[in-house]
Design a binder for this molecule. Structure first.
Ligand code: HEM
Length: 408
């Protein structure tokens, strides 16, 4: 029997944040429980079996799975995330086509170049790393994707893209303000797509912008202007959101200088493990939400069609049945071990083709790996005394000080 928590858990969820599910799975000795959030019945799940159940086999849709304030900032109607079946596979292939190894090499080159430019401006100053990254990543992703940025546009665009993930987990005025900025970003993205279609801007062949602007659905028609703009933002926004992982990567290097020293000395034997461990540990998406597409059977118990289910990503990434000492940061744990598709799930689970797993994992990994190299080897900085505690009930979490660096 799936345990049932009486009453509504909204207050506890807001208080305990990322650890809300973990606390209850451990206490109940169960990888699932029923409760209510905002009075709506919901089932929380954790672990590899749950991740496979949630992500494989088309059992869940994303329709009505998130409050509108979150949905508008992170997905929106017309996006790949709201599609299912053949239409979803076809649109997803467009994103996956952008992530080929040569494209990743281009990202790396462009990012290093933009980093070098940014460091010119940081030198001699104390910067808040968290606040510098959106602009650096916006410049990188736009240059890579073929998206033009007019002279003074960068500040507005990077602010809008950052606001979408900064405030997706907030309520009330901060969330509304971010939605207004999203509307501005959508208008800009529509203009960019229109200019490509009308021949006023010619991005390089094979560039992500050209792919989106000229993509044809299964019906042979181009995407509507609005849907194409949504998908352009679906590429730009999460790439800027990688900023959060970069802050946690820098924090890990600071707390564990032995790793910085090894990478600085050119020993990269555990670099992949380090990047995986940053992604496993950084508190980013606490959970993904879905609604049952039809009546389902979860370990002998029925979940009716329309049931609301949360796959707890944080708790799955810290599931003690998979990870020894799950709260320890230990890149060595990945030596000789490739995590299974349903074990390490900061960007969704299952298989990227045929499911909703994030198509941007290679791009994310590339940016984190390069940032670790740039920080450990190529940039001279110190971390002055500051409040580096991370509040686990702020979504997405960040060190209190934003991680200030004094760049030499
Ligand atoms: C900041 C790092 C990132 C995190 C934490 C993240 C997280 C996620 C998660 C959890 C999902 C699954 C959502 C669901 O199952 O409903 C997802 C899907 C998606 N992500 Fe990412 N992502 C990141 C970076 C990226 C990047 C760089 C891209 C650029 C291509 C991207 C594009 C997408 C898209 C288009 C989807 C929808 C996929 C689908 O519905 O099939 N993400 N992401």
């Amino acid at each position: 029997m799936i345990p049932v928590l009486p009453g509504d858990s909204s207050a506890a969820f807001l208080r305990e944040g990322y650890r809300f599910g973990e606390h209850r799975f451990d206490r109940l000795g169960s990888d699932s429980f029923h409760t209510r959030i905002a009075l709506r019945p919901v089932t929380f799940l954790r672990g590899p079996r749950a991740a496979g159940f949630f992500y494989e086999g088309g059992r869940f849709t994303r329709a009505a799975a998130l409050p509108p304030g979150v949905q508008h900032l992170l997905q929106d109607t017309g996006s790949v995330q709201r599609l299912e079946g053949r239409e979803h596979a076809h649109r997803k292939a467009m994103f996956l086509g952008m992530m080929m190894p040569t494209a990743m090499a281009d990202v790396r080159r462009i990012y290093r170049d933009e980093w070098a430019n940014a460091v010119e401006g940081w030198r001699g100053y104390e910067i808040e790393f968290r606040r510098e990254l959106p602009e650096l990543l916006t410049r990188t992703v736009c240059r890579w994707a073929g998206v033009p940025l007019e002279g003074d546009e960068i500040e507005a665009r990077s602010g809008e893209l950052a606001a979408m993930f900064e405030y997706a987990g907030s309520f009330g005025p901060p969330n509304w303000a971010a939605r207004v900025r999203r509307l501005r970003a959508e208008a800009w993205a529509r203009r960019v797509i229109r200019e490509v279609r009308e021949g006023d801007h010619a991005p390089a062949p094979g560039s992500p912008l050209l792919d989106i602007a000229t993509h044809r659905g299964l019906d042979g028609e181009e995407l509507s202007l609005q849907d194409a703009a949504t998908e352009l933002l679906n590429l730009l926004r999460p790439t800027v959101a990688v900023a959060r992982f970069l802050v946690f990567a820098a924090l890990a290097l600071h707390h564990r200088p032995q790793w910085a020293e090894r990478f600085a000395a050119g020993d990269e034997s555990d670099l992949e493990g380090f990047v995986l461990e940053v992604r496993r540990h950084a508190p980013f998406f606490p959970a993904v939400a879905g609604t049952a597409a039809h009546d389902l059977d979860w370990e002998g118990e029925r979940l009716d069609q329309g049931s609301w289910v949360m796959l707890d990503l944080w708790a799955t990434n810290h599931d003690p049945s998979v990870w020894d000492d799950p709260d320890e940061f230990r890149p060595e744990r990945f030596r000789g071990r490739e995590p299974g598709p349903n074990e390490l799930v900061p960007q969704g689970a299952g298989f990227v083709e045929g499911g909703h797993r994030c198509p941007g994992e290679d791009l994310t990994t590339e940016l984190i790996r390069e940032t670790v190299r740039l920080l450990a080897r190529d940039t001279r900085y110190v971390v002055p005394p500051q409040d580096l505690r991370v509040r686990m009930n702020r979504f997405p979490a960040v060190p209190n000080s934003g991680l200030r660096l004094r760049v030499a």
